[in-house]
Ligand binder design. Structure first.
Ligand SMILES: Cc1ncc(COP(=O)(O)O)c(C=O)c1O
Length: 362
């Protein structure tokens, strides 16, 4: 969760009112399946400036967040029974949508350089699709190296597979330089870029987008016509205004600072109170940190003990096909410094409780 407690609600109410006046004037009938033209242009300009994507507005398709983008992509780019390769551990939402689309999952391990492309290259037959989070691997938090990125786009070109690049939180990076997205490195048009406003604005907006190689645009238009015709137009028009009037850039600057402060606050509280209980790793991006539990400690039991204390902490094993991967995901973006501090104290209690119940496991 991002810092939704700092969302500029009054500005949003104003752009919504302006957008409603435009809508009431001429947009009450069906609109374009690919989305509001002004918003698609704003997103393309934003991605050209912030991520170096050489994209035009007509390659941008509006969707209901990354989840809807994934669902459409799986159903359009693969057939039931096809194999999709996924990072392991990886994003549960991506795996669930693939299973729902009838795809088979090939779990590919992740190390400190991201998805292990040599394992992918050895899969027989080659998967039809691969889902990756190169900027900030979810959930481990590593960045895919340039060498792996180049190997992945070369593999996709050779095999004709599609790569789904989920760039869900690239806006939040603390310190080190960004690497080029796969979409920028891809010369063969095999990469579909998936972005979302869930982390930069708020998740209940349900607004995201795909940036497509030009040859896929008509297919996605047909897919929208078959599923929802188009996303509701009012919020799209409001968001276009929000971006055009500079509120988006301003909000991003503000939340970057807030998230950076909250990250430091969590690291500091963990250093003071979680020593020997949880090894919290210093990810340089995103809105969550990963903590490693002592060997043999059940991360789900710790999450249950944390929930009993009012904490919402995710077990790493939930996101893994290989369930021996244990740890805790600690989101800090949507949590005030005071709550981070009391939450870390409660988490230390929860881990100690689980350790005391199974001392032999440690
Ligand atoms: C890896 C990853 N991708 C995408 C998202 C955002 O999903 P959506 O845009 O559907 O809200 C999340 C949210 O937690 C995520 O962890």
């Amino acid at each position: 969760m991002p810092a939704v407690d700092h969302f500029p609600a009054d500005q949003w109410a104003r752009v919504l009112a302006q957008a409603w006046r435009d809508t009431a004037r001429g947009r009450l009938g069906y609109q374009h399946p690919l989305g509001h033209a002004g918003l698609r242009e704003e997103i393309a300009a934003y991605l050209r400036a912030s991520r170096g994507l050489a994209c035009a507005g007509d390659q941008v398709v509006i969707a209901a967040g990354s989840q809807n983008s994934l669902d459409l992509s799986y159903r359009l780019l693969a057939d039931p029974g096809d194999v999709v390769a996924m990072e392991d551990p990886g994003y549960l939402g991506a795996r669930a949508a693939a299973t729902a689309a009838g795809l088979r999952i090939a779990a590919v391990p992740v190390d400190s350089d991201g998805l292990d492309v040599s394992v992918l290259e050895a899969l027989e037959p080659a998967p039809r699709l691969v889902f990756v989070t190169p900027t900030h691997q979810f959930p481990l938090g590593v960045t895919m190296s340039l060498e792996r990125r180049l190997a992945l786009v070369a593999w996709a070109r050779r095999t004709g597979a599609w790569v789904l690049e989920d760039d869900y939180d690239s806006e939040y990076r603390y310190g080190s330089r960004q690497l080029d997205p796969l979409t920028v490195l891809d010369r063969a048009g095999r990469v579909v870029y998936i972005g979302t406003f869930s982390k930069v604005l708020f998740p209940s907006l349900r607004m995201g987008y795909l940036v497509l190689p030009p040859g896929l645009v008509d297919g996605f238009e047909a897919a929208h016509l078959c599923s929802d015709i188009h996303r509701p137009v009012l919020e799209q028009a409001a968001l276009a205004r929000f971006m055009e009037q500079g509120h988006f850039a301003q909000h991003l600057r503000r939340t970057r600072e807030l998230h950076a402060e909250r990250r430091i606050c969590l690291l500091e509280a963990a250093r003071q109170r979680l020593g020997g209980l949880l090894d919290v790793q210093e990810a340089i991006a995103g809105l969550h940190l990963l903590g490693r539990l002592p060997d043999g400690v059940d991360d789900r039991a710790v999450c249950d003990a944390a929930a009993a204390r009012g904490l919402d902490v995710w077990p790493l094993s939930l996101h893994a096909v290989n369930r021996s991967t244990r740890g805790l995901l600690l989101g800090y973006g949507g949590v005030s410094p005071a709550l981070i501090s009391s939450g870390v104290t409660a988490l230390a209690d929860a881990i100690e409780e689980v350790l005391s119940q199974a001392p032999a496991a440690v």
